[in-house]
Each structure stands twice: as C-alpha cells, then as structure tokens.
Design a protein around this ligand. Sequence first.
Ligand code: ZN
Length: 273
Amino acid sequence: MPEGHTIHRHARRHRAAIAGQPVRTGSPQGRFSAGAKRLDGRVLEGIDAHGKHLFYRWEGGWILHIHLGLFGKFRLYRSDPPPPSENARLTMAGDDATIYLSGPTMCELIDPGRELAIRSRLGPDPLLNGSTAAKIKAFGSNLARRRIPIGAALLNQQVISGIGNVYRAEVLFRAGIDPHLPANRLSAETVDRLWREAAAQLRLGEKAGRIITVDLSDVDAKRRSDLRRLERVYVYKRHGEPCRRCATPISTTDMANRRMWWCATCQPPGAGS
Ligand SMILES: [Zn+2]
C-alpha cells in the first residue's frame, strides 16, 4: 500500500498538472460514470492530501474523495496519452496533462460534512501544514491512550496519518525505539523524537518519490541516487542480515498483522520508555 509520502506527492504533481483549469472527466470502467458526468468540464480548484486520503476540490463545491488502498494506481501523462484501459475508474484531462486512475478502494463524490467526518478520524499528518507543537501534542495523547505496541500503533491511521509498513520499521530503528514497547510508555522526549523522525523521513520520501531512510555514512555511499534497492533501508525486509550500525542480525515478527523488522541491539527491550 502506498504510504503518505506517495499520496502527498500525487497531490502536488496533480495540482501542478491540471489544477486551476476546466478538466474533462470520464469513467471508462463505468463504476464512476455518474460522478464523472457531474464533474466533467468543471474547474479543478485544488487538491489536498491527508494521510492516505486525497480530496479534489471542484468548482461548484464538489469534493472528489480518493483512497488508493492496496491496488489503486495513478498514471500521469504530460502529452499524447494512450487511450485509457477499460479498467480506468476515472480519467481527468486538462489542457496539457491527463491522469488515469485504476483500482482505487474509494473514488466518490462527497460533501464537506463527509470530508470533515473522514478527517476527524485521522491522526495528525506530518506532511500537512500546521503547528508542529500542536501535532506532536495530538500524537502524544493518541499514544498515551493505547497499550498496544508502538510498532502496531504507528500503523493505526487514527494515531498518526501516512505511516505504512516500511516507514514504521525504519523510523523506529532510526529513533532507537523497541517496537514492542507499549505506546503509552513512550517518554515525552521519545514521542518528540519519533514524530520528528517520521516527519523528516516522509518529507524526504515525498521529494524523492522513493523510500530511502539510510544515512549515506552507514552504507558507505556518496550519493542517495547511487543506492541500490537493498541498500536504501536499515531493517525493512532485512531479516537475518547484519545491522548496518552494529552487525547484529535483524529480527522479524508479526505486528498488527504485518511483518515487522528491528535490530535487537540498537532497539533493546524497553528502549524509548
Ligand atoms: Zn543494530
């Protein structure tokens, strides 16, 4: 599933490509035909992301809510798009860019009340504008109410928005936190460090369009673009391989129904409490 950095990146790129102009919309697959008919030819006024949710704002007050889920995909063409496949749920064509969407979990027209309801269930998003102190405070109180392991809490979009399976393992490693530590036992200093780590990593990912969490000094590389796929992360999918900082074999377990990886030496039991 795409993590928050990918969703914010879609919002930014789609904004640059087709916002501020009339957009022709269609639904070759047919499951969004009525919605596409409503939007067709209206001006797309703006696009916002919150966690893994996208909100497209149209002239006339319509809001298009999209959640990619596990299989949703956007394709963006700057010129001469190929014809959309018959699986395309939504097509959006501006003056000189065209976007196809296929396989989303959610593609629906909603009103402002529904958007508010969706957002009220989402935890703070490190990639959204707003006061960092206020967001850390909200994150901290969301953790304080939960006894589940911090490794499970990070995947809960009500606790923090936008973290998926790669980032949860990587930011816990970078922050030196035991993934099994109950969420309500993190010290205030650890909550602060974890938030800042998550925010910094998501921002890097949004910019690069890929997840690279290692410091270059830990992988003996000069440029981030030099890194091969397996060199870009500290622990994710590295079960049994040596930790990049201490050479301890990386551990793995199931946590919140997803595989989780960590270094038992860099993230010893109780670290972060
Ligand atoms: Zn280690």
